[in-house]
Design a protein around this ligand. Structure first.
Ligand code: ADP
Length: 400
């Protein structure tokens, strides 16, 4: 069975075609700068070189149309008819309280996704555009929505509520939703497979640290707390996002700097975090290098980043009254042995001990980096949100 996974941004479509018999990727690529005369389209058949071209692509429907033409191309194609695509898995960022699991898309589902647009104004509208375009281009496929928030719908009320007037929750659904759910679920399942232990016997802390970053506490296989909140701005210090701040800073800075609400939102989302403190980059590689070269601001940003990360991990050990596995994933988590080492060294009180040699070994596989004496097992798990979305879609196809 072949499944197409698509992830639509406001001007982009990321796509990956899976053969689910062996969960292999057949082809993948990206359409960028949709809405312009010079949209960039990349297309890569597994085992061959990536091809790139520019084209006029005015909307997501045209973008997807081109993707399907590429997939069915006489020379480079991997399918002969669009009917070979049994299902399309759509990444949807915000499912609000409507969705605690992936669903087959119906008009009611589309309606419910539309209702959560207020909560994710930047993400859900392009996700809906992608769904509309794909339904038009692949009318015979089953379309499935997989939500970033769904995995966290198991959080107890005392973890997801903010200490604001309760009416804000009942009236406007102001609460913690959490994000990166597909990734946290995938990597926690990988950890359970790695140790051949049932998720129901494990307390896991999953640190998904990329440009966006969140930590999740997973007990008995379900999310019990997570650091991102009603939006992906809360929690850790990130590439360009500030994470937790005193909310009173917002009106104070608006008044002092004569900012509009839009401007301060943009400041907190796009000009803060590592970028805001260093004034130079949001990229952990560049900042680590600058620190090594003696840049004081880079060192400060990294100290702040590491401090917040280990405080959050520590708070989840408290939340679950223990932890069996600490795992690192995403761009920084999978690649920065320095970040892993620094965080874990400062968590030794909890019985977390890293093996330096194992930590410095690079691999694309799930691997253990703790010592044999470490009370808590530490893993590096490459995330694969696209595969998780494809699995979810397959599961729904198999059970309809
Ligand atoms: P996104 O949240 O956009 O999916 P990624 O998961 O791709 O982001 O993570 C991007 C981050 O990973 C960047 O800050 C990048 O610097 C960092 N990163 C990638 N490789 C390395 C590395 N070898 N060392 C340190 N950081 C790395």
């Amino acid at each position: 069975m072949k499944i197409l996974v698509i992830n639509c941004g406001s001007s982009s479509i990321k796509y990956e075609l899976f053969e689910m018999d062996d969960e292999s990727v057949i082809a993948k690529g990206l359409v960028e700068k949709i809405g312009t005369e010079s949209a960039i389209v990349t297309y890569e058949v597994t085992g061959t070189e990536e091809k790139m071209r520019t084209a006029e692509i005015l909307d997501h429907r045209e973008g997807l149309h081109l993707v399907l033409r590429l997939l069915m191309d006489k020379n480079d194609g991997v399918i002969t008819s669009e009917d070979e695509v049994a299902a399309v898995g759509h990444r949807v960022v915000h499912g609000g309280e409507h969705f605690s699991k992936s669903v087959i898309i119906t008009s009611e589902v589309r309606q419910a996704i539309r209702k959560t647009v207020d909560l994710a104004p930047l993400h859900n509208p392009p996700n809906l555009l992608g769904i509309g375009a794909a339904e038009q281009q692949l009318p015979n496929a089953i379309h499935v929505a997989v939500f970033d928030t769904a995995f966290h719908q198991t959080m107890p009320k005392h973890a997801f509520l903010y200490a604001l007037p309760y009416v804000l929750y009942t009236r406007h659904k102001v609460r913690r939703y959490g994000f990166h759910g597909t990734s946290h679920q995938y990597v926690s399942e990988q950890a359970s497979l790695f140790f051949e232990k049932s998720l129901s016997d494990l307390k896991i802390i999953s640190a998904h640290i990329g440009n966006g970053a969140s930590v999740t506490a997973i007990e008995n296989g379900i999310s019990v707390d997570t650091s991102m909140g009603m939006t992906p701005l809360e929690g850790l210090m990130m590439g360009t996002r500030c994470g937790d701040i005193d909310p009173a800073i917002v009106p104070y800075v608006i008044a002092k700097e004569d900012l509009t609400l839009i401007e301060i939102q943009s400041m907190m989302n796009k000009h803060s975090g590592l970028l805001g403190v260093t004034g130079m980059s949001s990229d952990m590689r560049e900042i680590t290098q600058a620190m090594e070269e003696g840049n004081i601001q880079a060192k400060l940003a990294i100290d702040m980043y590491l401090y917040k990360l280990r405080k959050t991990i520590g708070s989840y050990i408290a939340a679950m009254n223990g932890v069996d596995i600490l795992l690192f994933t995403a761009g920084v988590g999978e690649n920065s042995s320095f970040v892993r080492q620094e965080v874990c060294d400062q968590l030794s009180f909890f019985g977390i001990e890293i093996d330096r040699e194992k930590n410095n070994t690079r691999s694309k596989e799930t691997r253990e980096i703790s010592t044999s004496n470490s009370k808590v097992k530490v893993l590096v798990v490459p995330t694969n949100e696209e595969l998780m979305i494809a699995r979810e879609a397959k599961h729904l196809v198999d059970h309809t």
